[in-house]
Design a protein around this ligand. Sequence first.
Ligand code: PMP
Length: 443
Amino acid sequence: MDSKICKIFFFYKRLLRNMNYSRFLTAVSMARRPSPIRILTELQQRSPPSLISLAGGAPNPNTFPFHSATIQMKNGETVLFDETMMKRALQYSGSSGIPELVSWMKLLQMRLHDPPTAAYSPERGQMELCVTTGSQEGLCKVFEMLVSPGDNVLLDAPTYSGTLAAVQPLGCNIINVPSDQYGMIPDALRDILARWDPADEQKPGSSVPRVLYTIPNGGNPTGASMTAERKQKVYELAQNYDFLIIEDDPYYFLQFQKPWAPTFLSMDVDGRVIRTDSFSKILSSGLRIGFVTGPKPLVDRLVLHIQASTMHTSTFTQLMVSQLLQVWGQEGFLKHIDSVVEFYRAQRDAMLSSADKWLKDVAEWHAPAAGMFLWIKLKGIKDTQKLIMEKALEKEVLLVPGGVFQIHSSEACPYVRAAFSLSTPQQIDEAFKRLSTLIKEAL
Ligand code: PMP
């Protein structure tokens, strides 16, 4: 179905549903209270310079040793931190992110995803966005906000080990939803959900899952990308059973073909999608800039979790990125993405041709349509853990054994994850030659 028609169809289908967000929140999240000091900081950030504030406990930046900085860009442009800017960069700032970065990113989200919730009534959750210290912080806090002990949580299987690290300690019951090279399989999800009655969703104590987590593009570790049709089917299931979708999409900008796939956010007529984005793979992983976009009631609550922990993402790195984005504009940003994608596409192709050369007889894989990972199944090897952690090191080649991406990491897994992000094509070729010898010796 044409995506515009889809949106209209779902809008009318759900016309009577207003989201009851409080039913999704954990006791920890409900107990979070706005910090009065943080509110004052936000207020101060938006006030004219004539405001005299004796309120906050901010230190005086005149006592800091840094004066100014000029950051030279590779293309000859500069990002300038003059004295005034530097003082701001070194100071506390609001918990949802510096206003100019938040606005810039909101406009980009509107352009890329055109979220239906941005246009509808507040009851439907209106789109909101906040900056996080990498998308990992966003994810961790989203889980803390939504996942209570004993909850059933739906997760791509296998999945990113950082997600498991964030969600497993919460004491929930993780339900693996099988996936293939096109991501999560909606029919498998439907079968899993069939054990519940959708009508039970709102009943107190109901065990109907309230959260589904997925990596829709260039999955980590599988490299899988979900088709628009699959997303639509998963979204319909979310509507039937009234659960939220956490769309963790750090590889969205690393898609190797255009047009980029429609996102869950772009289909979200109800306000049930929380999307995490990351600048780690495209601008810098060390700057730690990520974003959470979703229904305002949920993002506003998430900010309370930020207030109580990191307080805010580094003002310095936010300003650095924000200044760069102002210089580039959306077009410059997207042009930069194109060049990053070109690099990773060439790397992927190099890895695929080395895999063809060395691993054809001993392994299987699917070409990833996004991201930086190749998920390789070793033929005739039941579990890759020992092979990689002991024998591969002897041969001086390092990969990640697939087990670390399973809920039960000790369960046998015949896969390894190979990243094509850092090594040169020559190194990749040599690594696969060594891997092929290793597999043959093991068989
Ligand atoms: N989600 C996934 C699927 C990832 O692969 C990563 C990084 N490896 C993250 C989240 C976290 O990324 P960051 O915090 O650097 O934005």
